[in-house]
Design a binder for this molecule. Structure first.
Ligand code: NZQ
Ligand code: ZN
Length: 398
C-alpha cells in the first residue's frame, strides 16, 4: 500500500531573468502596509540587490525598514532583534532577500512577531505556533529550498543547538527566483547547495514504504539532473541553463513533491548534520555530504533493494552479483560525485575533528531532537548515531 499524503505548495513562483523587478508589485498585491527587508552578511548589499529591491518598494509607495546581518546557521539573537523591530515599527510583511539562512531567520521573526512568548519554544517543541506574519522571498542561492518549504532552522548560539520547526503557516506567499542572482556564489557554496538539494530528495527516497512509481521517477530524474548540472557549474559558474535547472530543482526537492506517498522519509543525515552545524558552524550541504556515506553504509543492509535501485537508476551503476554489491557500488559512486564537485565525504575533509566527548554529546542531542530515535531505514539510537559520527570522522578509504 502507498502511504497516504497531503501535498500543499501554496507559494507563487516568479522565475527567470529580471524576476526581482516584480517584487514591488508582488508586495502591493499582498496589501502590505509596512515591510521588513531582511538580508544576510554582505553579498546582497555588495551586488546592489538590496538597493534595487528598496527602490522597487518605493516605486509602489510601500514603506519599509531593513535588518541585515543574518549569518549562515542563522542566530536566535538576530531573530529576537527582528521581532522587536517588527513590533515597534508595525511591520506586517517580511521580505527575505537571500538564501536558506535569511529565509529561516525571516520565518522565525514572523513566528515571533505573531505569537506571544519566546519563539525558541517552537524549536524546542514545547508548543505550536498559532500564527505567522506573511512573508515573501527573493532567492539568491539554490540550496535549502526554504522558499517553498514549511521548514525553518535556527541556531541558538548560546547553547550551540541547531533546531528545526516545521509548519505550513510559514510557507512563503511568493518566491522570486532569478538564476542570474546565483552567479556570484563562491564555488563551495554552489556545490554545498547542490548537495543539500540532492539530500532533500534522497532523505525522502530512502524509506521502508511501498513507493509510488511516479514519485520514484520524479525523484530519480531530479537527482540525475542536479548531479549533471552541478558538474557543469563546477566547470562554468556562469552557465545560465545550469543555474536555472539547479534553482528550480532546489525548490521542487523540498516543497514536498518528491515525498508524495513516501511516508515521510528518513532524515537521519539532516539530523546528524544539524548537530555539526550547531557545534562547528559548517555549511549545511557540505555537512550532509560528509556524513551521508557513513550513514548509508551503517543502514543499507536494512534496505538493500532500495539502495540498489538508487545505484542503478540515479548513478548509472551496473547491477552487481547481488543487491549488497550494487548498493555498495552506488554509495561509492555517490561519494565520488561529491568529491568531483569539491564536497567532503568525511568530517576530516569537512574540516572538523570532534573529540569522543563531543561525539557522545552530539549523538545524545541528535537522538533527543529525533524524539527518541532517528530515521526510518533503521531507527537509530544514541549508540548508532555515535558510531556513524565515528565512521564519518575519517570517512571511506579512497
Ligand atoms: O550572508 P551573505 O553575504 O549573503 O553570504 C551568503 C552565505 O555566506 C552566501 N550567499 C548567498 N547568496 C549569495 C551568496 N554569496 C554570493 N552570491 C550570492 N548570490 O552564501 C552563504 C550561505 O548562505 P545560506 O543562506 O546560509 O545558504 P543556504 O541556502 O544553504 O541555507 C542554509 C541554512 O538553511 C537551513 C540550513 O540548516 C542552514 O541553516 N535549511 C533550511 C531548510 C528549510 N528551511 O526548509 C531545509 C534545509 O535542510 C536546511 O536545513
Ligand atoms: Zn537540507
Amino acid at each position: 500500500m502507498y502511504a497516504n499524503f497531503e501535498f500543499y505548495a501554496p507559494t507563487r513562483v516568479v522565475f527567470g531573468k529580471g524576476a526581482e523587478e516584480s517584487t514591488g508589485k508582488l508586495l502591493r498585491e499582498q496589501g502590505v502596509r509596512k515591510a521588513l527587508i531582511h538580508y544576510g552578511g554582505k553579498s546582497a548589499l555588495a551586488s546592489g540587490l538590496i538597493g534595487r529591491i528598496g527602490r522597487a518598494l518605493e516605486a509602489e509607495n510601500i514603506p519599509f525598514v531593513s535588518l541585515g546581518g543574518v549569518v549562515p546557521n542563522p542566530h536566535l539573537s538576530l531573530v529576537y532583534q527582528g521581532v522587536e523591530l517588527c513590533r515597534s515599527e508595525g511591520v506586517d510583511f517580511i521580505l527575505a532577500v537571500g538564501g536558506g539562512s535569511v529565509i529561516d531567520s525571516a520565518k522565525a521573526i514572523a513566528y515571533g512577531a505573531a505569537n506571544e512568548g519566546d519563539v525558541w519554544d517552537f524549536f524546542e517543541k514545547k508548543r505550536e505556533a498559532a500564527a505567522c506574519l506573511p512573508l515573501g522571498v527573493v532567492l539568491t542561492i539554490a540550496a535549502a529550498g526554504s522558499e517553498m518549504s514549511n521548514g525553518c532552522v535556527i541556531t541558538n548560539e548560546k547553547s550551540a543547538l541547531k533546531r528545526a520547526y516545521d509548519s505550513n503557516l510559514s510557507r512563503a506567499k511568493f518566491a522570486v527566483m532569478n538564476p542570474e542572482l546565483t552567479m556570484t556564489l563562491p564555488a563551495y557554496q554552489t556545490a554545498s547547495g547542490a548537495a543539500d538539494i540532492l539530500m532533500h530528495t534522497m532523505e525522502r527516497y530512502f524509506n521502508q514504504n511501498d513507493n509510488m512509481a511516479l514519485s520514484d521517477a520524479l525523484s530519480e530524474a531530479l537527482m540525475r539532473n542536479v548531479m549533471h548540472y552541478a558538474r557543469v557549474l563546477a566547470g562554468n559558474p556562469h552557465d545560465y541553463k545550469a543555474r536555472a535547472e539547479i534553482m528550480w530543482a532546489g525548490s521542487l526537492s523540498h516543497n514536498g513533491l518528491t515525498g508524495c506517498g513516501t511516508g515521510g522519509g528518513d532524515w537521519s543525515s539532516h539530523l546528524l548534520e544539524h548537530e555539526l552545524g550547531g557545534l562547528f558552524d559548517v555549511a549545511h550541504g557540505a555537512g550532509l555530504a560528509a556524513v551521508w556515506g557513513s550513514w548509508a553504509r551503517y543502514v543499507c543492509h536494512a534496505a538493500l533493494p532500495r539502495f540498489s535501485q538508487f545505484a542503478v537508476n540515479v548513478l548509472g551503476v551496473a547491477p552487481g552479483a547481488c543487491d549488497a554489491e550494487t548498493a555498495e557500488a552506488g554509495i561509492r559512486a555517490m561519494e565520488a560525485f561529491y568529491r568531483s564537485i569539491g564536497m567532503p565525504t568525511s568530517l576530516r575533509e569537512l574540516g572538523v575533528s570532534p573529540t569522543d566527548e563531543q561525539i557522545e554529546r552530539m549523538a545524545e542531542s541528535c537522538e533527543q531532537a529525533g524524539g527518541g530515535s532517528v530515521g526510518c531505514i533503521v531507527p537509530l539510537k544514541k549508540n548508532d548515531l555515535a558510531q556513524i559520527y565515528r565512521m564519518a570522522k575519517e570517512g571511506p578509504s579512497a
